[in-house]
Design a protein around this ligand. Structure first.
Ligand code: TYM
Length: 339
């Protein structure tokens, strides 16, 4: 029997300050799975517009993020890498899925509740954000969505939306996707507050995140300032008081790929948290230096970058536009003559 290759879809917002959490929680999994599967990776610029953006900055961040993904090892020969707004099926698909999504499902999303609580004026698009995300995934009949822990609820909503559509219109029309969350690195915490997730929107705060663009000195400084506790025990632990040390060990484990025992053995002779912080900083600097060099090269040749992204958009559209047409058809819309 011929096994059908699994389809993978994932996305990332070009909201600036891409950080180590994005890399270890998501991008590294995307790169690792490229050979066995059919992959779509998307720079979700329309999602970024759900909060106000400076247009010049957004355009720059979108290209820069695509360059980071390539620098991290996304191979345009093996994977389809594209910008969301280049493929109109995403926005249109979102509208159609809005028509099978009850409002209450969106109002319950924890990210919406958190983000809207922090803003004076909340845009409609912020509430609708997870429906656009569902369109991204469902238009490609994705089986798997590799993401960090914080996206789990959104992927579960995509499953609910797929099932709602299938129930109303046609059984098995959409593949119901599964989240794929890594065993380590799925939730990096802020270095300045280890009880709060490392996040792009806080990455401007000194010492909060390790940004992929940070130079070695900045990385060392951020780790040295990392909040720990008043003790001296280097152990993996669920105790909220030890969240800082736990986060540092988790980063070390994710970067080196070592087991917990081997990680602890590396620190058996450490003289306090200073040694721990320095060692973690060093493995992170070694990880990021080659990525930074590659990113700089790619940013120097924007024509080549744009060419690759245009190619990606063409390949993505070849899959998602026909699926969108099928959606319209089963929903009872009149397709234009000749379509
Ligand atoms: P975004 O841009 O916030 O994050 C991109 C990826 O990074 C993961 N991530 C983390 N992983 C570990 N530790 C952290 N502190 C951390 N912070 C972020 C996220 O889980 C994510 O996998 N809504 C999505 C983008 C999106 C998408 C999609 C994802 C749009 N359409 C379709 C999957 C499929 C988001 O805002 O990710």
């Amino acid at each position: 029997m011929i096994m059908k290759k699994k389809v993978v879809f994932s996305g990332i917002q070009p909201s600036g300050n891409i950080h180590l959490g994005n890399y270890l929680g998501a991008i590294r999994q995307w790169v690792a799975g490229q050979d066995e599967k059919i992959n779509f990776f998307c720079v979700v610029d329309l999602h970024s517009l759900t909060v106000p953006q400076d247009p010049v900055q957004l355009r720059h961040e979108t290209r820069s993020l695509a360059a980071w993904l390539l620098a991290a090892g996304i191979d345009p020969e093996k994977s389809t890498l594209f910008i969301q707004s280049h493929v109109s099926a995403h926005a249109e698909g979102c509208w159609l899925l809005n028509c099978v999504t009850p409002l209450g499902w969106l109002q319950r999303m924890t990210q919406f509740k958190d983000k809207s609580a922090r803003q004076e004026s909340v845009l409609t698009a912020l509430l609708d954000y997870p429906v656009l995300q569902a369109a991204d995934i469902l238009l490609y009949d994705a089986d798997e969505v590799p993401v960090g822990e914080d996206q789990k609820q959104h992927i579960e909503l995509s499953r609910d939306i797929a099932q709602s559509f299938n129930y109303r219109y046609e059984e098995e029309f959409f593949v119901v996707p599964e989240p794929r969350i890594p065993a380590t690195g799925a939730r990096l915490m802020g270095l300045d507050d280890p009880n709060d997730k490392m996040s792009k929107s806080l990455a401007h705060r000194r010492g909060h995140a390790i940004r992929l663009a940070d130079d070695p000195k900045e990385i060392m400084r951020s780790f040295k300032r990392a909040v720990t506790d008043s003790g001296n025990e280097i152990v993996f632990s669920d105790d909220p008081d030890k969240a800082g040390v736990n986060n540092l060990l988790g980063i070390y484990k994710a970067v080196t790929g070592k087991s917990e025992e081997d990680v602890l053995a590396d620190f058996a002779d450490a003289r306090g948290y200073g040694d721990l912080k320095k060692c973690v900083a060093e493995v992170v600097i070694d990880l990021l230096t080659p990525l930074q060099e590659q990113h700089a090269k790619l940013m120097d040749d924007s024509a080549e970058l744009d060419r690759l992204l245009a190619l990606g958009a063409e390949r993505a559209a070849a899959v998602s536009m026909p699926k969108l047409a099928q959606m319209k058809e089963v929903m009872g819309l009149v397709l234009p003559a000749g379509a």
